[in-house]
Design a protein around this ligand. Structure first.
Ligand code: ZN
Length: 413
């Protein structure tokens, strides 16, 4: 599937010091520095295309874009793959509710998503892969799991035995009770009769009347969600057998830690015989007016709507990084207004011929980002620089700072 348009990344002077990037590892809830090496492999879970792109999505993709930008600015190669779950229960349910063809709904939302990602200056993945186009990969992965004796059928649906992976549960690091609760809340079927373990994960849903299906050696049907991401990641990211982990970063919103990322990791570990991701990194969720933003509450805020009402998408980006990525946080019009004013101020000051020294502020932004993407600190440094410039301080290069915040923060001036 086509990704979106490449984003121009300005150069940065090689004299800046880039510390290793540390990120909060969801398994230990501690910050962990990525080892310094030449190439990194990052998989970020994409949307199910029926409600693109609300601000929770935007915040998640901006987070991993900051990771991508930091590592790229260090001079590293980042292999970045993202999926789009273009066939799944919620999409089919929405299409039925609205009386539209599920394929048309998916296509329209994918088109909207691509436009939104471009507006937000998010570097596109090298591979943007749909679930439908990945079905042959999923079938191969299920066959691989069958060879490891980790698949069984309930009626004609296929399940993955989670305990085929001896480390099952270790990535999310939740208790059995928490896992059961989250599994039930997030699309799992712990109560289904015939399962060997309530947490076993569906990998192939046998054909249902009125629903799309594809042929396979185990009958017509469609993929489960967790095996989709696992198959795509292992097929499109360059797995290096000399490395300790199959990939470096598995990312997504924090509601994906369990079951989605645990299941994908368990399946990958059984398939490949080694641990899946070095780090599991999760972005906090975005709420509105003190409440969780959710489909069921009907209070989702969409980027395209904000933009159609006159918001600058870069101001939206700035607003979303004004608090730390890993925190659940609230969206407000006031925050957008503040960020819009800040962006206007930055643009005005960066158009001056004389500005405050810029080397120091760029270095401080780099250090802030290296520390688990501390964007509030980075923006604080930028505000101080604005104050200094307004006070008449000189000696800096507006071009240097413009290029650096474009490259590192995705804030295009
Ligand atoms: Zn995923």
């Amino acid at each position: 599937m086509n990704s979106w348009a490449q984003i121009y990344l300005p150069p940065i002077d090689s004299s800046f010091d880039f510390s290793p990037l540390s990120l909060k590892h969801s398994t230990t809830r501690q910050n962990v520095a990525l080892p310094v090496k030449d190439e990194y492999r990052m998989y970020v879970c994409g949307i199910t295309p029926y409600d693109a792109t609300h601000l929770g999505h935007a915040a998640t993709y901006i987070t991993f874009d900051l990771v991508n930008r930091y590592l790229t600015a260090m001079g590293k190669k980042v292999h970045f793959v993202e999926n789009v779950t273009d066939v799944d229960d919620p999409l089919l349910e929405r299409a039925t509710r609205d009386g539209v063809d599920w394929k048309d709904l998916a296509q329209s939302q994918i088109d909207l998503f691509r436009g939104d990602m471009s507006d937000l200056h998010i570097i596109p993945p090298q591979y943007y892969i749909g679930a439908v186009e990945a079905i042959p990969l999923v079938i191969d992965a299920i066959q691989g799991l069958q060879e490891k004796n980790s698949i069984y059928a309930v009626d004609d649906d296929l399940y993955f035995k989670v305990h085929a992976d001896k480390d099952f549960g270790s990535r999310a690091n939740f208790s059995q009770g928490e896992m059961l609760k989250l599994f039930a809340e997030r699309g799992g079927d712990p109560e289904r009769a015939g399962k060997l373990d309530p947490l076993d994960a569906l990998v192939w849903l046998h054909e249902r009347a009125g629903e799309p299906s594809w042929p396979s050696s185990f009958g017509k049907g469609r993929p489960g969600w967790h095996i989709e991401c696992c198959a795509i990641a292992l097929s499109y990211l360059p797995v290096d057998h000399d490395e300790e982990f199959l990939i470096d970063i598995q990312g997504g919103g924090n509601d994906l830690l369990f079951p989605h990322h645990e299941m994908g990791a368990a399946q990958a570990a059984v398939l490949k015989g080694k641990d899946y991701a070095r780090l599991y990194v999760h972005a906090g969720l975005i709420g509105l007016d003190g409440e969780k933003m959710s489909k069921s509450l009907g209070n989702l805020v969409f980027l395209s709507k904000l933009v159609s009402e006159g918001a600058d998408p870069i101001a939206v980006r700035l607003a979303l990084i004004s608090e730390h990525y890993s925190l659940d946080r609230m969206w407000s019009q006031e925050q957008l207004d503040t960020s819009t004013r800040f962006l206007d101020r930055l643009r005005l000051l960066l158009s001056r011929p004389e500005v405050a020294p810029t080397k120091t502020v760029v270095q401080k932004i780099i250090y802030a980002l290296s520390d688990n993407l501390d964007t509030p600190k980075a923006l604080e440094e930028l505000r101080k620089w604005c104050d200094e410039t307004e006070s008449g301080s000189t000696g800096g290069s507006a071009g240097e700072l413009s290029r650096a915040i474009d490259l590192l923060l995705g804030i295009a001036i």
